[in-house]
Structures are given as structure tokens and as C-alpha cells.
Design a protein around this ligand. Structure first.
Ligand SMILES: Cc1cc2nc3c(=O)[nH]c(=O)nc-3n(C[C@H](O)[C@H](O)[C@H](O)COP(=O)(O)O)c2cc1C
Length: 365
């Protein structure tokens, strides 16, 4: 059996992302070069309640090379049961979510709230280790709840005490959400403090950032979330492919996603209804792509930039409005060609430029 450290060595893990880590999007990323993928956060209790939607989240795709399932739960027995279940369904790794910031979950003591309870985390990991036969058990932590209560070293140590096989570290606190850049020095502290592989996470968008993150932290692997949603071709880039695919290349990838989604959910009316909201949602990230600047510097995830489109198609792909995303979604669903002339204008900017409102007016909303 391959050691977890060998599997992770040098990998850029596709992060667990609610909605974003849907099965066909993982398949697209695997085709582009991803070799370690993670599920969306899956609530252990909902699995226990036999909820169909939750079972869909833990399904491994055919040929998926290494699929980690992330569980949310705070009851050791329940997490033990869920870990055994996901192992029996083919998961290659089972992870505990200790970072979800959303009130709905933290009020129940899950996600980042559980991250405030290292001794409970130790018990949960211990119980999960007893529940599985050979599948590695990991935790995904943040740096802490907020600036003055960072507990990442204590939390990582507690997880290792419980038997954790690796630690994922998102280098921000719960309070920070995405307002600050990830702290890769803190991630390096975890690497130095624990004997198991550490997977660092935060702000990776370009190949040089991935290289810098490995060098600065000494991590076994790194992990990317928003970067993969915006640029699924990051995987090709890492393997030596272009950093700046043409707008036509990008459309081909989005089309490929639509194809994989139809193969998964069906191309009948029911399937298309299912896929539509996913495509609309993905366009909300795909439109955020900004190419390397002409002066040789790079945009970053933490600073939003506007693009100077180099073609009408690139201008269309950069549009953030519902009309453009609706048009592109429908075209992909029907597998038709894009006609940039046929796209409706954004509803809030009248076609007649004399009727256009100033940006100041818009920001008042
Ligand atoms: C749309 C979206 C959904 C996410 N869902 C999850 C999740 O289910 N579980 C989890 O541990 N983290 C989740 N995250 C957090 C990411 O895994 C990651 O830790 C965070 O985005 C920082 O990485 P980045 O800077 O590369 O985006 C989500 C992030 C995004 C953008």
C-alpha cells in the first residue's frame, strides 16, 4: 500500500468546496492533471439519516485517482460510523472539517467551532481511526477562531495525538474569512511542529505562487480552492502548459465540463435542470480570470483586478452579469456555438449608453 506521504508529495490538492467540488468538476480537474481531490463538506449526521443528497457527495468518480471525503460532525461515535461508511464506499482518505465559518454550522458546534476544542478533536480522530481499516484520517484546520485566540499548534498536536495521518492548514482565522492573505509562515510552524505530512492552503492562483508556497513552508503538499474554481487549467500550467490560455481554449474547457456534467446528471430535461445552476455558479468564478499583466507581473487572488479584454470573446467571458452567464450557460447546455453579437446586454446597464448610470450610483446599492 502506498504511503500517504508518497501520494501527497508535491501535489496540489483540489480543496474541499461546497458546490465547487462537484463530481464532474473534479473529473475536469483530473483530466487537466489533478491527482488528489476532495469531496464537498458532508455532514455525518445527514449520512446517518440516510439523506440521498448527502450520499451523492461521498461518491467517488470512476477512475478518480485519490479521493478524500470531508466529514463535518462533533460526536465521536457518529464520526466513527461515518468514517467506516465512507471507507466502504471507496474513499481514499477521510478528513474532519474544523474550519467551516458559517454560523449555521458553528452554532451546532461544527466546523470552526469544533476547532476551538482540541481535546474533543483528539477524541474524534481516535474514534475515526478505530472505525477505519486502512484509510488515512486527517483534519483540516484554520489558524484559530480569531486573531487573539489562534490555537493552530495546539489543535494540530491534539489531532496528531489522536492518530491523524496528515494535517491540512488553511492559513487564516475564522474571523478573517478572506479579508487577509493566508499566513504561510504560520503554516511552516505547523510543518516544523508535527511529524505527519502538512498540506498548506491559501491564495494559490499561479505556478510561481505554488512553488513559493512549497519553498516557504516546507509542506508535503499544498491545496488550492478559489484558484481552481477560477482557473481549472492551473493543473495544466503546473505541468508546463500555458499560463494564459486563449478565450477559445477556455470555452473548450467549460464545454468539457458541461459534457461531463451531462454524462453525470443526464442530458434529458431533468438532467439539464440539475446542471443549469452549477454552470451559472461556475461562471461566477470563471469570469474572474485575469491574465498575467503585460509588464510580466501577476494578478493575485487577494486583489480583484479588472481585465482589459483582448477580444470580444474574452470580454464576454469577463462579464459578471446574469444575462451573460445565462446566455453562456444555455449555449453550453445546448452545445451550440457562441455568438458574441447575440448576447443580451446586462439588465442594469441599458443598451442605449445615454441611459447608463454612473458607477457611483451603482455602488450606492
Ligand atoms: C466555494 C467554496 C466552498 C468551500 N467549501 C468548503 C468545504 O466544504 N470544506 C472546507 O473545508 N473548506 C471549504 N472551503 C474553503 C477552501 O477549502 C479553502 O480552505 C479556502 O478557500 C482557502 O483556499 P483558497 O485561498 O485557495 O481559496 C470552500 C471555499 C470556497 C471558495
Amino acid at each position: 500500500m502506498t504511503l500517504l506521504r508518497d501520494t501527497l508529495q508535491g501535489a496540489v490538492v483540489m480543496a474541499p468546496m461546497t458546490k465547487g467540488s462537484n463530481l464532474p468538476y473534479r473529473q475536469l480537474c483530473i483530466e487537466l492533471g489533478a491527482r488528489v481531490t476532495m469531496s464537498e463538506m458532508t455532514v455525518a449526521r445527514r449520512l446517518k439519516q440516510k439523506r440521498k443528497g448527502e450520499f451523492a457527495l461521498i461518491r467517488k468518480a470512476e477512475g478518480e485517482p485519490f479521493f478524500g471525503v470531508q466529514l463535518a460532525g462533533n460526536n465521536p461515535e457518529e464520526m466513527q460510523w461515518a468514517a467506516a461508511l465512507v471507507e466502504s464506499r471507496g474513499a481514499d482518505l477521510v478528513d474532519v472539517n474544523l474550519g467551516c465559518p458559517i454560523d449555521f454550522f458553528t452554532r451546532k458546534g461544527l466546523g470552526a467551532a469544533l476547532g476551538r476544542q482540541p481535546s474533543r478533536v483528539r477524541r474524534i480522530v481516535e474514534a475515526m481511526k478505530q472505525g477505519v481499516r486502512h484509510t488515512p484520517v486527517t483534519v483540516k484546520i484554520r489558524l484559530g477562531w480569531k486573531e487573539d485566540s489562534k490555537n493552530y499548534l495546539e489543535l494540530a498536536a491534539a489531532a496528531v495525538d489522536g492518530g491523524a495521518d496528515a494535517i491540512f492548514v488553511h492559513g487564516r482565522t475564522r474571523e478573517q474569512r478572506y479579508t487577509k492573505s493566508a499566513d504561510w509562515d504560520a503554516i511552516a510552524e505547523v510543518v516544523a511542529a508535527v511529524p505527519v505530512p502538512v498540506i498548506g492552503n491559501g491564495d494559490l492562483l499561479y505556478r510561481h505562487e505554488v512553488a513559493a508556497a512549497f519553498a516557504r513552508s516546507g509542506c508535503t503538499a499544498v491545496m488550492a480552492a478559489r484558484g481552481i474554481l477560477i482557473k481549472p487549467w492551473l493543473y495544466r500550467e503546473l505541468a508546463g502548459g500555458t499560463e494564459d490560455p486563449s478565450a477559445e481554449d477556455r470555452v473548450a474547457l467549460y464545454r468539457r465540463y458541461a459534457h461531463l456534467a451531462k454524462a453525470h446528471w443526464g442530458s434529458d430535461d431533468v438532467g439539464l435542470e440539475r446542471i443549469r445552476p452549477f454552470l451559472l455558479w461556475h461562471f461566477g468564478f470563471w469570469c474572474r480570470y485575469v491574465p498575467p499583466r503585460t509588464d510580466g507581473t501577476y494578478p493575485t487572488l487577494q486583489h480583484r483586478e479588472t481585465i482589459t479584454p483582448r477580444s470580444p470573446l474574452e470580454a464576454l467571458l469577463a462579464r459578471t452579469d446574469a444575462e451573460a452567464h445565462g446566455y453562456l450557460t444555455d449555449v453550453l447546455l445546448r452545445d451550440e456555438a457562441i455568438d458574441v453579437e447575440a448576447v443580451p446586454p446586462p439588465a442594469d446597464i441599458p443598451a442605449d449608453p445615454r441611459g447608463r448610470r454612473d458607477a457611483e450610483d451603482e455602488s450606492a446599492g
